[in-house]
Design a protein around this ligand. Structure first.
Ligand code: PRP
Length: 202
């Protein structure tokens, strides 16, 4: 048995779509059943459903052997895990956004969940900004005057558009990554290889 940590939310839906397009309905169908279940065992794979930012922690601690997580999360914080491969889903970007017709170089206060990535970006730009850390609904910040701008995930652009916000710059392009626990990758190599071969990511 191997344990795979999945990120709940958007990446989870993308993973299900990916499995369906690969014809892997023995995984896709049970995984997309409605419910508040926290894990599901399918064959010899145990899938656990975690908040995206917690997935690398489960993998690092060896609770999960593999994890599927956005590149943003493993760039924002260091985790002692193996970064196995890129996955062909979960495409989005981390972008600076605010109300239209402003000058990006004049942003002084920026709200984001990704303070490390954002700090590095503005340092490289030699732009002195104060960062405000938020856990979600980051788009509220420029609308309500908490910040001049945000750095947040943009996928379809709908959230920005519906709230009259626009993108200024892309900070990084993101896609899903497969990560592995360092010990598991060697100890459970056969089972891990079988699974990643089955889902077609090697
Ligand atoms: C993410 C992100 C944006 C939104 C962008 O939020 O933080 O708010 O998706 O997607 P779009 O470009 O397709 O509209 P999520 O729904 O994950 O929730 P959150 O705001 O709580 O982080």
């Amino acid at each position: 048995m191997i344990t795979v940590a999945l990120s709940k939310g958007r990446l989870f839906k993308d993973f299900i779509k990916f499995l369906s397009t690969k014809g892997l309905n023995h995984y896709a169908s049970p995984l997309q059943e409605n419910g508040r279940y926290l894990y599901k065992i399918i064959g010899d794979v145990k899938f656990i459903f975690a908040k995206g930012s917690d997935v690398p922690t489960y993998v690092e601690q060896g609770i999960a052997d593999l994890g599927i997580v956005g590149q943003d999360i493993i760039t924002e914080n260091f985790f002692d895990v193996l970064n196995v491969s890129k996955l062909p889903f979960g495409q989005c970007r981390l972008a600076i956004a605010s109300s239209p017709n402003l000058n990006q170089h004049e942003f002084k206060v920026v709200a984001t969940t990704f303070t490390n990535i954002t700090r590095q970006y503005f340092n490289e730009q030699r732009q002195d900004v104060e960062l405000i850390h938020l856990h979600g609904s980051v788009e509220l910040a420029p609308i309500l005057g908490l910040a001049d701008a945000i750095v947040d995930i943009v996928q379809t652009g709908t959230t920005l558009k519906e709230n009259n916000l626009v993108e200024y710059s892309t900070i990084m392009n993101i896609q899903a990554r497969l990560i592995a626990n360092k010990q598991s990758f060697y100890i459970k190599d056969e089972a891990i290889y079988r699974f990643i071969k089955e889902i077609g990511v090697i």
